[in-house]
Design a protein around this ligand. Structure first.
Ligand SMILES: CC(C)(COP(=O)(O)OP(=O)(O)OC[C@H]1O[C@@H](n2cnc3c(N)ncnc32)[C@H](O)[C@@H]1OP(=O)(O)O)[C@@H](O)C(=O)NCCC(=O)NCCS
Length: 181
């Protein structure tokens, strides 16, 4: 099991995962990014998709209002399992609501410990980006995500309203050098 940068090597299982997200009744911000993808376009030119994803880390072709981020894919047994996005710094909005990190596990692979693992494996990558205190947020209703953050050393700062969804966000900090402080 490892985190890799987006690559054409996992085309087939990535596309299977996109289909799972598109069929999953759960609605999260992470689902939205999969729902916006066209299976036809991915099948036709996966390299173009991978190139765009990698470009975001270099600040290329960022969507309006976005700052650079790096996506890593969790792969196991030669298949795409999930994705974690590391934002390179915080804007006012990220500091309040979004945090440094977002992650998802494909629906068919949930409940097997991959969520805990994806955050654990990402912490050294975040450190490599020069971030020492990581802000990780989740909806107050997202029980698995709360457990994942707490298991990885997240210390709760507060609970804030999120006017976009009406569901409060929990804001946690993970101190890479001083875990559990
Ligand atoms: C949140 C998410 C990443 C969890 O992934 P996962 O692979 O199922 O997580 P894990 O199997 O590692 O489980 C994490 C913990 O949650 C617990 N858990 C799993 N499903 C649960 C549920 N429905 N209710 C309560 N706890 C649950 C597990 O028992 C585990 O706790 P433990 O470590 O104490 O045993 C996944 O559900 C997902 O992709 N959701 C959509 C996107 C999202 O919400 N991302 C997070 C916000 S950025």
């Amino acid at each position: 099991m490892q985190l890799v940068l987006p690559t054409g090597e996992y085309k087939d299982s990535f596309i299977e995962a996109v289909k799972e997200f598109q069929a999953d009744p759960q609605a999260s911000d992470r689902h939205k990014t999969y729902r916006e993808l066209s299976i036809v376009e991915l099948e036709a030119d996966f390299d173009a998709y991978v190139g765009r994803e990698r470009g975001y880390a270099r600040g290329e072709h960022l969507p309006e209002g976005f700052i650079p981020w790096t996506d890593y894919w969790l792969v196991d047994g030669g298949k795409f399992i999930g994705r974690i996005s590391v934002r390179h710094y915080l804007t006012d909005h990220l500091r309040e609501i979004g945090g440094h990190i977002g992650y998802d596990i494909r629906p068919s692979k949930r409940g097997q410990g991959y969520g805990n693992k994806i955050l654990e494996l990402a912490l050294p990558k975040v450190q490599d980006l020069g971030i020492q205190k990581i802000l990780v947020t989740c909806d107050v209703t997202n029980a698995p995500s709360r457990k994942i953050i707490e298991k990885n050393g997240g210390m709760l700062e507060n609970q804030v309203p999120n006017p976009e969804t009406g569901i409060d966000k929990l804001r946690y900090w993970i101190d890479i050098f001083h875990p559990n402080t």
